[in-house]
Ligand binder design. Sequence first.
Ligand code: FDA
Length: 378
Amino acid sequence: MDLLIVGSGLFGLTIAERAAASGRRVTVIDRRSHIGGNAYSEADPETGIEVHRYGAHLFHTSNPAVWEYVNRFTTFTDYVHRVYTTHRGVVYPLPINLGTINQFFQASYSPTQARALIHEQAGEFESHAAVSLEEKAIALIGRPLYEAFIRDYTAKQWQTDPRELPAEIISRLPVRYTYDNRYFNDTWEGLPTDGYTAWLERMADHPNIDVRLDTDFFDDSQPLHKAATVGQVPIVYTGPVDRYFDDAEGALSWRTLDFEREVVPVGDFQGTSVMNYADADAPHTRILEFRHFHPERADRYPTDKTVIVREYSRFATPQDEPYYPVNTPADRAGLLAYRELAKGEKDVHFGGRLGTYQYLDMHMAIGSALSMWNNRLS
Ligand code: FDA
């Protein structure tokens, strides 16, 4: 073995694929029973509809090197992501755009008129003087839009009143003064034609790659555990950085999601893939309906049932899946301390979202793995 990779998410798989293609013998371990990390998807057993087990995953990028790379393993559909939100029983398009504004104010403002209105409403607070997320949001988009679309949704995401949340959680709230409600601004977007798992399996399909599932790096009873491998073989570690150092500098905090999956006996539940729930009276933040990610599969998916997933957000306990870094001042100080410790680890390379404690979109995870391979490992 020339390289041990801990974690078979997109970061680990990208390193594995590059290393194998250059002739190295690679072993990838993952404590889960499947490869692919959080991008993994599976066919729902009752309906055959592809479900993203760890939350909706939409691929998008403007990075030509990443786009070229991912297209070696899968083609992409022409799916274009759009999100809607329900507020007081009415559905609005997101991100907030001219359509949202005109529907909300029951008006027919031109872009110039809408811009002037929001500018006036945003004058209540100075953006740079805002002390809470609430004041910052009002300084960016004004109180009426904030109270309708941001306040309760943010409170549900953080289980915290936005008046108690720090202003720096948001730096901008996009408002578009056109009717464009495409969710992503990237050059390329789409979903892998045969699903995420087929894509991820093709990345790992090389005679030089040995994948071992259900194998935890910190389990001393398995041969490739930490004490037996560090210093013996180069390691790319994509698990949680704090766990690697036994939480020596404190546990970094995360938010997690609970997913409540249901098969509903209708062909179409909500007419779109993602519906947010902006108000406090709905306990979930959004409902995903997975059939709508693949309209081109309509002839293969049942017409009398559909899979929906209600999503709930909360702070993670140590037993939960870590999804979004909370990033408190204590977390940031802890991360700096862990980075110092990481420098002292001989031939261990920390990467990916858990290994660097940052939210990474898939194209960012792949892009940073390609950089690590090119600059430090190849
Ligand atoms: P990832 O978490 O995927 O993989 C890490 C792997 O390491 C896991 O398989 C884990 O089991 C393994 N591991 C950890 N500890 C271990 C141990 N001790 N021993 C062995 N294995 C261990 N991105 C995007 O582009 N578009 C999108 O729409 C979304 N949507 C989205 C929704 C939600 C809810 C989340 C949380 C994230 C997204 N993402 C996304 C981001 C996407 O999931 C992310 O870019 C990739 O998961 C990053 O891949 P990594 O390999 O870094 O981590």
